[in-house]
Design a protein around this ligand. Sequence first.
Ligand code: COA
Length: 181
Amino acid sequence: MSSDKIIIGQDGDVVLREITEADLPKMAEYSNNTKVSKNLRDGFPNPYTIDDAKRFFKMVSEQNPTTFFAIEYKGGYVGNISLSVGTDVYRKSAEIGYFIGEPFWNKGIATKAVNLITKFGFEKLDIVRIYTGIFDYNRASQKVLEKCGFQKEAIFKDAIFKNGKLYDEVRFAKLKKDNPK
Ligand SMILES: CC(C)(COP(=O)(O)OP(=O)(O)OC[C@H]1O[C@@H](n2cnc3c(N)ncnc32)[C@H](O)[C@@H]1OP(=O)(O)O)[C@@H](O)C(=O)NCCC(=O)NCCS
C-alpha cells in the first residue's frame, strides 16, 4: 500500500482509506455478484460494469468531505464502506453501508471495517447516531452489526420489495454516548 493515500483507520490487516482509480477493476469484479447485490438497494447496479465503477468514483471524487472509503485487506482492495450523513433534523445521524468481495467473506473484515468507520464517524464527523436497515434474510450483516455493538431497534414489516418479493427490514443503530473511546 502506498503511503500517499488518505487512511482513516487501521486494525491489523484491515485498512480504511480513500478510494482510488486503481481500485475500480476489482470494485467492478466484486460488485458484479448477485450474492452482493441481492442485499443492497436497487440503485446498486446488477450487472455491475467497469463504467458503473467509474461513475461511482466520479461521484465520490466530487464529495467534500468524502464519506465513501475503500476497505483494504493485506494490502489489497476488498470492498467499500460509507457513512451517509443526514440532513435537516437528521443531520446528527449517519447511515452506514458496506460490502466485501465474496472471496474475502468470513474473515472478520467487515467487523473490523464497521468498528473503524464507527470510531471515525463519532470522533471526526459531528454525528451521534449511526444506523442502517438490513434485509431480514441477511444474517451475516446482522451478525456483523451485533458483533460491533449495534442494537436491534425495530423490525419494519414488509418494508423491502426486492427481486419481486416483500421482506422485513431489521433496523440497527449505535449511539455515540454508548460508544466508549
Ligand atoms: C455482510 C458482509 C459485509 C459480511 O462481511 P464479512 O467480512 O464476511 O463479515 P465478518 O467476517 O466480519 O462477519 C460475518 C459473520 O457472519 C456470520 N455469517 C456468515 N454467513 C452467515 C449466515 N448465513 N447466517 C448466519 N451467520 C452468518 C459469520 O460466521 C460471521 O460471524 P462469526 O464471526 O461470529 O463467525 C458480506 O457478506 C457482504 O458484503 N455481503 C454482501 C453485501 C451486504 O450484505 N452488505 C451489507 C448490506 S446491509
